[in-house]
Design a protein around this ligand. Sequence first.
Ligand code: C2E
Ligand code: MG
Ligand code: MG
Ligand code: MG
Length: 275
Amino acid sequence: QAKQNGRNGFQLFNPQLQSKAEKRLELENHLRRALERGELSLHYQPQVNTRKRRVIGVEALLRWNHTSWGPVSPATFIPIAEETGLILPIGDWVLNEACRQTQSWIDDGLPPMTVSVNISARQLQQPDFISLVRNALRASRLPARLLELELTESLTMDRTTSSEVIRRLKQLGVGIAIDDFGTGYSSLHYLKHLSINRLKIDQSFIRDLLADQNDQDIVKAIVTMSHSLGIEVIAEGVEATEQVRFLEQHGCDQVQGFLFSRPLPAEAVPAFLRK
Ligand code: C2E
Ligand code: MG
Ligand code: MG
Ligand code: MG
């Protein structure tokens, strides 16, 4: 819940006093300073092997804890970051921090795990994106095979450019996952033309999985199709044991969701992994 009054006395998130545009601008101005103020952090959500129930990786999820407003939801600030271009410096920070943190867990003796980082279309379109990824790997010493980039399909993304960038990322040795699979514009295009490592079935197909025959058929079809193309499948938004049972029966490789763990602050990850 956002506080009514910020530290400087301005009104926040107050529909009576501010137009939508004004509130947006205020968020944007504060987001602009969030990095330097140290208000951004990453939480990590475990990804679990469906059969063995072992953690094989984590997804890094960005958090913004504003000094006076408290936490702001990614659903609110990520779109603003994308529209303003702030996602470029912020996304580069995310990439570096996720790699640094993961290598530091490995240095502390945790079993090597993959880290998945969400990448916006805007980031992928940067001409020097490959060097940014290479620099993050070099600075952190994280092996490329432990980094996975999660991409979503987008109308704004030029296919020829993205195919070429993805090809070069694969050459670096990093993994590529398609996020929110099934909700985008051209999901199947990626499968035909690109060597993707993993599909993430969108949580909208998992939510009613046990009650909805269509969801069940879609999930089964995605797993079969992916496996015949040599692509692994992870289900997002898994909240119930019965969902895991269904996903295991139908060969879904990994699961991720509140059932196993909510996204955790970095400090809480080692304890979770050891238990
Ligand atoms: P996403 O990449 O699809 O991430 C999954 C979202 O589902 C996360 O929301 C996660 O907290 C939530 N979730 C995980 N398990 C469950 C579950 O069992 N049930 C339900 N209901 N939800 C679950 P979050 O952290 O709020 O992030 C929302 C979106 O914001 C992400 O969706 C991603 O698209 C974007 N995002 C987050 N961090 C970054 C980032 O560093 N860079 C970029 N470009 N986008 C990011
Ligand atoms: Mg994701
Ligand atoms: Mg997703
Ligand atoms: Mg997403």
